[in-house]
Ligand binder design. Structure first.
Ligand SMILES: Nc1ncnc2c1ncn2[C@@H]1O[C@H](COP(=O)(O)OP(=O)(O)O)[C@@H](O)[C@H]1O
Ligand SMILES: [Mg+2]
Length: 336
């Protein structure tokens, strides 16, 4: 029987994703059983270990479990998901829509492009106010391409210890080569602040320099996405490293109405005079409008009204506007 220490070591190495330690402990257990004269059990254990090793050595693409679950230290840096969102789920102005379509098209033909010595667009910077679809677009790229979305957890990445953050960044850029995916650095401004900025600290400058180098050297098939609400505090040098900078905006009236119609498509409404609704959408983001629509539908369901009226919708849009932070507060936030 395995000792308590061995069981603990097995569990810990499994949790850490440390396969070689896991196999080493399992082999110790098998050897221990053999010594005790439990030959059959020892043989069974060794066979199991051999089978597990064989499975693990399959090429990366055949191991969906390994892809979806970052292991060891990576698990503190990346959160994986498999979004199902498609481009048709989002409401965007023509220009942004076309840019995203182009990225998807190039990525789908990655082998063809590479065979001609060309590299598809893959390093993207999304800038724009909150609630305009930056995170949603990251999910859509992953959804359209059928690859995982890895959101970089900045709180795990940035530490107060010199050098440690750059080493962690290295781990992410190594993972990016091993597992094709969309790697999303959200709230990128917290590492991308201007070098030499008055508030800047040495560590952030160092991290930014490593990031610049790694992004420059990257030749993987993954997409690197960075998003920020504060483009003004990003170092100019960063913009040049990206293949495309996509500027997300608040919706104009036409897009706002298109979004409301989309959101309401599955639920009955009373007759709506759209120009009256259009008068209520100024300053609201796509996210604000989506939430107002969802609230209107929820209210109608809860109170058994069966449909959403123009009046309900107008009131909820107004409520959203009342709860907005002071205008433009998102672009005057001081840098870190
Ligand atoms: N352009 C859009 N079209 C449709 N829905 C949107 C759009 N932008 C935002 N939303 C809605 O608002 C939510 C939050 O948006 P998100 O993509 O997280 O904004 P950002 O990352 O720009 O702050 C989304 O999950 C979606 O429901
Ligand atoms: Mg976001």
């Amino acid at each position: 029987m395995a000792s308590a220490e061995q069981i603990k070591a097995l569990l810990k190495s499994h949790l850490d994703g440390d396969d070689s330690h896991f196999y080493a402990v399992a082999m110790q257990v098998a050897a221990h059983e053999a010594k005790l004269g439990h030959g059959k059990l020892a043989r069974e254990l060794r066979t199991l270990i051999d089978e597990a090793k064989k499975k693990k050595s399959l090429p990366n693409l055949l191991r969906p479990v390994a892809i979806s679950q970052p292991k060891g230290e990576l698990s503190t840096l990346l959160t994986a998901s498999f979004p199902k969102l498609r481009l048709s789920d989002i409401v965007l102005d023509r220009d942004i829509h076309d840019r995203l379509s182009r990225i998807i098209r190039e990525q789908r033909q990655i082998a063809k492009l590479r065979s001609h010595g060309l590299v598809p667009r893959k390093k993207l910077l999304f800038v724009g106010p909150p609630g305009t679809g930056k995170t949603m677009s990251a999910s859509i790229l992953a959804g359209e391409l059928g690859i995982p979305l890895f959101v970089v957890r900045l709180e795990g990445l940035i530490t107060k210890f010199m050098g440690e953050t750059a080493a962690k960044l290295r781990l992410i850029f190594d993972a990016l080569v091993q597992t094709r995916g969309v790697y999303f650095f959200d709230e990128f401004d917290s590492i991308g602040s201007q070098r030499g900025h008055a508030n800047d600290v040495g560590e952030i400058r160092r991290v930014l320099n490593s990031f610049l180098q790694m992004i420059e050297q990257d030749d993987s098939d993954s997409l690197i996405l960075a998003a920020t609400n504060h483009p003004d505090i990003l170092d100019y040098a960063l913009f040049r490293r990206f293949d495309d900078v996509i500027r997300f905006k608040l919706p104009d009236k036409a897009l706002a109405i298109e979004l409301i119609k989309n959101k309401m498509a599955g639920f009955p409404t009373s007759r709506i005079i759209w120009k009256n609704i259009a008068a209520r959408v100024d300053d609201l983001s796509f996210a604000d409008i989506s939430m107002a629509c969802e609230d209107a539908i929820k209210d109608a369901i809860i109170s058994d009204r069966g449909k959403v009226s123009q009046k309900d919708l107008a009131k909820l849009l107004l409520d959203r506007k009342a709860s907005l932070p002071l205008k433009s507060s998102y672009d005057v936030r001081p840098s870190v």
